[in-house]
Write a protein that binds this ligand. Sequence first.
Ligand SMILES: Cc1ncc(COP(=O)(O)O)c(C=O)c1O
Length: 399
Amino acid sequence: MTNFTPRFSSQSEALNGEDANVWAVSDRAHELADKGEDVIFLCVGDPNFDTPEPILDFARARLGVGRTHYSPAAGEPMLRRAIADIESKVSPHPCNPDDVVVFPGGTNAIYGVLACLLNPGEEIVIPEPMYIGYVPICDALRLSVKRVTCPAETDFAFDIEAIKATISEQTRVVMINTPVNPTGAMATPEQLRELAAYCRERNIWLVCDEVYSMITFAHRHTSLRTAAESLDNIVVVDGLSKSHAMSGWRLGWAVARGPLIDRLVAFAGATIFGCPQFIQEAAAFALEFDSYFVKQMRDAYQKRRDLIVERIGKISGLSCYSPEAGMFVMVDVSKVSASGQVFAEALLDAERVSVLPGAPFGSSSINHVRLTLAADEAELSRALDRIEHFVTSGNRQVG
Ligand SMILES: Cc1ncc(COP(=O)(O)O)c(C=O)c1O
């Protein structure tokens, strides 16, 4: 008998090549924890709050009445209406439930949107530091990614001129994220309006990932959909993972206009065939009755941010700015370590604190590490004590 030789698609080959280094420190931290070591994890952006009880109750009730069957590919009307109502409330452009397509999470919504907009080899422009999850999506779709550097010296501020300068004749899509993971930077309404118009004039789609839209501190987020004058070339992605502590429910959506919606619905039909009914209905409930608990979580994140910023500011050799939004603080370690990677590895070795090196987010954050706000204040204080000890005791690896 001849041997079976497995052959794979180029798409799966592309995914297989994902940079294993991204989670190397975190993986090692888990191995140490499994062996019983006291490791503090400050690496992931998964909210450490439970999904609020009223949402759980609502989901249980919907399960109880048999909402466990197939759902329309575009999403349950109740949820599409709730999302459209929210969009209409803040935006000068009314939003219709038909403008909304529901996906199992923002990740899948982004995948679906990009799959509908670009062919393999075509060009997408993305500012960095950027969310690590964009890389496998672009790899799987075999896109040609042109990165726009937002330098550390400006606290990674959204740089519209740099984006414009990177756009070429070949660019099909510009994808931005505001507030940004990992930097917390936010685009202003004026920047969004200008970029939307600039892209539209050049027949380019502008996709905006807004999954941190509800976790902002000094001022509220403005959606691209609110800021843009015309919606023809605009796609907004959002979801409940972060704002409502519902990461495991896998619920996100895309808002767009016109023919793209038909394509997104067809894509969702082919690949997902509808998200669970009871989850979508609980999501609609969450969006309608969320003001109390979203604020509670936002306030908690703000206190945690302030705690980290204050403590880091007192550790000689480390520095950070105070992010406007999001769930992370970027710490500059350039004065004490050769790179964020070196710092993260040595910190785990010496103090058993797991942080994410900045390099995988982009070249401008190579000298940073990312600390999550998804840990309570006591845990953060413990971690910061260890970080302080690490830096001041000379345990760190310089060079
Ligand atoms: C910027 C950004 N976009 C999208 C996602 C994916 O979110 P979801 O859980 O909705 O797939 C994340 C998750 O960390 C993120 O940080």
